[in-house]
Design a protein around this ligand. Sequence first.
Ligand code: PAF
Length: 257
Amino acid sequence: MKSPERIKKIETIEEMRKLRRSLQGQIGFVPTMGALHEGHRSLVERARAESDVVIASIFVNPTQFNVASDLDKYPRTLESDLLSLEDAGVDYVFLPRPEEMYADNYRFEVREKEQSQFLCGAHRAGHFEGVLTVVLKLFNLVKPDRAYFGEKDYQQLKLITDMASALFLDVEVVPCPTVRETDGLAMSSRNLRLSAQQRERAPLFYRALKSKGADPAGVKSELETAGFKVDYVEERWGRRFGAAFLGEVRLIDNVEI
Ligand code: PAF
């Protein structure tokens, strides 16, 4: 495989701080957990168009996984990720180690007490605490002017936006539309773990969520009939949200209603 030539890897917190002190102009930041796809590419392209310097991070954040096997099985594709970040125009990629990110042994965490309690928060204990804590740490290190997040993880996007406002963070959180496969399936790193048969069935998730006329209970029963194990189908913020398993793979999506 070709190796990345231009992108610079930043592997320690000290290096990240030093780099940040040397940078000028508008900094765009795309935090990721790797296993990159076209959805991530659209975030990077938007950052590239709006910034002087683009920084991405790849960090599979252990504190946001409530099931150990999900963390173990999370796809790791570093070499191809570096190539695709370079190709999309990223200048620096931050690759911190868990020992450094959690040198405090996770004694300190960020907790939101209302909107993290329903939808995914009701089904994944500690998930949003892990997400908010790592994003705050990354923001403190990278100090971006703008940070880019996809609307597929709409609840995450909303909580990060509200955290930035509540804690007076000097960063603009930029929402970016969900990128879909041609059959409608929302792009996700987890799609890599679907078997061929599950992959064929997966687009039904999006089709069911956006079906007009159906209420959440109707969508849930349609999905269950098709073999999905449904965590929830619920409507909030003018959108319909769903989370459902195909085998061991948990898919989430949301549509405007
Ligand atoms: O959406 C993700 O990939 C992760 O939740 C994030 C925002 C990078 C934090 O680990």
